[in-house]
Write a protein of this length. Structure first.
Length: 255
């Protein structure tokens, strides 16, 4: 969608490409935007979600077919985990990387146990009760009522098999902090003050590992800034794109 330099968007767990719809509508006049439904989700729900490395390979195959490997990839949550794997394999082809409410740190022992408990819960009880508990924690308390209908419409489309496969993949993912320190292109970290999944202190430490990085922490925002405060999210996204363009220009001048 659109024309100009490529932006590729990877959604999070129990989401689909619709999560980026409003953001893309504002960017497509200047950029070619590619929003991917990851295997097992959205229009790709008939596919199987494998390991993060396998999914990163599938994303790369798609971008090669679109002649769009020199992209800025934006990964939300689970999409950021896939981005970290993509950077390890294909980082030399990327223009920049953007972690949106995400991390490059593997699950610790406690999180692995909790993922396994959730898998067992879903296997036994199905997804209805899981979704009921999952959805409110995605946004800041002040945005729950505003976002509930849209979040519910997106999240509840996720097949049970994809919920389980996604949890398994997240539980088993490798730590990618060493990838960050080797990636000599701009990296963006966007999080919310009220994001309970990724504290800003952790994000600052990850940004410090990157040779070139930019961090944005949004007030009164939880884990879904693109839904909670579209105006703030768009501003920070545009600011990072301008930063990437400035870095590219400086490198060309110095090259």
């Amino acid at each position: 969608m659109g024309s100009g330099p490529h932006l590729c968007f990877l959604h999070g767990f129990c989401e689909n490409s619709e999560i980026w719809k409003d953001l893309i509508a504002s960017l497509s006049s200047r950029f070619t935007c590619i929003a991917i439904d990851l295997p097992g989700f959205g229009n790709s729900s008939q596919m199987t979600f494998g390991s993060l490395s396998q999914v990163a390979n599938q994303v790369h195959e798609l971008l090669v077919s679109e002649d769009a490997t020199h992209s800025i990839i934006w990964g939300h949550s689970l999409g950021g985990y896939i981005l970290a794997d993509y950077m390890e394999q294909y980082g030399s082809e990327l223009r920049a990387a953007a972690f949106v409410h995400s991390t490059a740190v593997a699950d610790n022992a406690e999180k692995k146990v909790n993922r396994e408990k959730t898998i067992r819960f879903v296997e036994k009880n199905g997804t209805k009760e899981f979704f009921r508990l999952f959805i409110p924690g995605l946004v800041a308390p002040s945005h729950v009522d505003k976002c509930r209908e849209q979040m519910t419409a997106i999240v509840t489309l996720t097949p049970t098999s994809s919920v389980i496969a996604g949890l398994e993949a997240m539980k088993n993912r490798k730590d990618k902090r060493d990838v960050l320190s080797r990636f000599e292109k701009p990296v963006f970290w966007l999080t919310g003050e009220e994001d309970t999944h990724y504290p800003k202190e952790e994000v600052y430490k990850l940004a410090a590992l990157c040779p070139i990085s930019q961090v944005s922490v949004l007030e009164d925002v939880g884990h879904l800034s693109m839904l909670e405060d579209q105006k703030k999210c768009l501003h920070e996204v545009q600011t990072f794109i301008s930063f990437v363009e400035a870095v590219s220009s400086a490198q060309l001048s110095n090259g």
